[in-house]
Design a protein around this ligand. Structure first.
Ligand SMILES: [Zn+2]
Length: 283
């Protein structure tokens, strides 16, 4: 066996190009096939082994479409290792160990104490139903297929806040920034980064923190949230297409000035839109 591998390796050096061009894709056959490498805050599209009846990432069930395609993603603070498993109809379990690359998050050390947020009863009375609406929106399962697409930016502009950035107050970490901020002026258009279904549209009463909040489900547990909008142009339940205008930049809710905050989640994992949409195209 060892000898054969050595010979194969030597041959591979000589004919690597030809092999790469001719080798049939293992997708949908015996093992998993995945796009790219696992990284904190990133997502991967994969193909399950043929005959898989259940796929899981760790303990988490992963839905698989009829063509074997699925989506997985890794939280900002995902552990360095993960395991993908597929149970086949005959009971066999196919395993794939994943090494999740860490990211260097932007940390800012502040020489001031971390002040606990003291929320008034009046604030909490407003906030509880808002959090319930957000949780209910995230729990919705739609037929959206946007998760399969190459995402685009909902607007082109200067990135004014990075996902994952965090202040450390005299050694005590504050909460990290859960999305990417894109600078803009009130009224500038925001478009759908991928196909989806509107699962929350706070068009009438702005939320206390998020303001006019719009959430779009892209299917398979992947969703986008757009915060601080000045206007929302779509309604709950609407199917939106990639590139379609969905609202406008604003400064509603808790915002120091007009900008678009774009947050993304895959189930409970907070992920980085920059990894999903790729580098910002030149304005
Ligand atoms: Zn933000």
């Amino acid at each position: 066996m060892t000898v054969r591998i050595v010979v194969a390796a030597a041959l591979a050096l000589a004919i690597a190009g030809a092999v790469a061009a001719q080798a049939p894709s293992p997708a949908g056959t015996r093992g998993f096939s995945l796009s790219g490498d696992p990284v904190q805050g990133g997502a991967q599209i994969g193909t399950a082994p043929a005959g898989a009846v259940a796929v899981k990432l760790g303990d988490q069930p992963v839905p698989v479409d009829a063509d074997g395609r699925f989506l997985i993603a890794f939280d900002r603070d995902a552990a360095p290792t993960a395991e993908l498993t597929a149970r086949l109809a005959d009971g066999t379990v196919v395993r794939k160990a994943l090494t999740v690359a860490p990211r260097a998050w932007r940390l800012e050390r502040v020489n001031a104490p971390l002040r606990p947020t003291r929320n008034s009863e009046a604030f909490l009375a407003l906030r509880r139903p808002e959090l319930e609406r957000i949780a209910a929106a995230r729990a919705m399962v739609t037929d959206a297929q946007g998760w399969r697409q190459k995402f685009i930016w909902p607007r082109t502009g200067r990135i004014s806040g990075l996902f994952g950035a965090q202040r450390i107050y005299q050694g005590q970490p504050g909460s990290y920034h859960g999305g990417v901020d894109i600078a803009g002026a009130t009224g500038e258009p925001v478009v759908a980064p991928a196909d989806g279904v509107v699962i929350l549209a706070a068009s009438d009463a702005p939320f206390t923190l998020e303001g006019h909040l719009l959430m779009i489900d892209h299917g398979h547990g992947l969703n986008s949230a757009f915060l601080h909008l000045s206007r929302i142009d779509v309604r709950m339940g609407d199917h939106v297409r990639q590139g379609q205008r969905i609202g406008a930049v604003g400064a509603t809710g808790r915002a120091t000035g007009p900008h678009l905050h774009w947050g993304m989640k895959w189930n409970d994992a907070r992920i980085d839109p920059l990894l999903i949409a790729g580098p910002m195209p030149p304005g």
